[in-house]
Design a protein around this ligand. Sequence first.
Ligand code: CAA
Length: 291
Amino acid sequence: MGAGIAQVAAQAGDEVLLHDVEQRFIDRGLQTIERNLSRAVDKGRMTEEQRGGVLAHIDSRLHWEDFEVDAAIEAATENVLVKLDIFAKMDEYTPPTAILASNTSSISITKLGAATTRPERVIGMHYFNPVPVMRLVEVIRGLATSDATFEFVRDLAIRHGKTPVAANDYPGFISNRILCPMLNEAVYTLYEGVGTIESIDTVMKLGMNHPMGPFELADFVGLDTLLAIMEVLYEGYGDPKYRPCPLLRNYVAAGWIGRKVGRGFYDYRGGAPKASVPPDGSARHAPAARE
Ligand code: CAA
């Protein structure tokens, strides 16, 4: 998602510094941005010159060094230890006045703030995938976040062409407190044989007008991310209604974590995505499997 955030920031005229742990991740991010902008040129929404102008706003750095920035937005994997480490480093390598934001989908902003010397300048800035398309930014205030930090980030989201919505700092915030239990429930519905991957997706697309079915969306988000968020909800609220489905755990254990690896609840390797029936026999009572 870091590439998407960098793209919308650069399109808004911000000077962007892309940082990652390996050069290949930086290169992949830049390629994604170049591809998205080329599509906009092909569709006549942007000139080749404007495309070049946006790309000129993006620079990259592989190593930590003194970053002279007004704000830093972390968009690493959904792992609290990784994020705590990054926040400690951002605290060390950015000016003390810089705002430190996290694109976390569920992890406590208050906890991330406590890993720095400036918790009043730490805030959640949660974008949605695909970032250039989705209009929402959830803005999450930790216990120590100041009004000035909130106002800065709210205005930044608006400049990025997004609609900011404020949420308080509780597990999953607003978006994933509601979305992820729905996706997890879809996995239970498959696991208990009530429906198939296709039938459950069709019900939610045609019956509820969702643009993607829950399995398509889970694969898009990443099953590892979905499981990590469910664990945060389960642990944070201590309520069994958030227990991750064992079938979801199995897919993650197998490494079938969605689109990014070519296989999740659908198989993306070659041609149109095909639903892949769980090979462990769960869902064997589903209507389509009985025919
Ligand atoms: N990057 C940039 N642009 C993209 C894109 C991508 N990965 N994928 C699609 N687009 C653009 C296309 O270029 C197209 O643009 P134009 O209309 O300007 O031509 C537009 O999006 C629509 O694309 P398509 O016609 O190819 O496909 P679609 O109509 O099926 O829409 C979709 C694709 C926007 C992804 C749509 O299926 C959708 O809205 N899905 C739901 C997405 C969603 O729920 N996202 C939130 C996930 S949760 C999350 O991110 C946060 C979390 O913490 C878990």
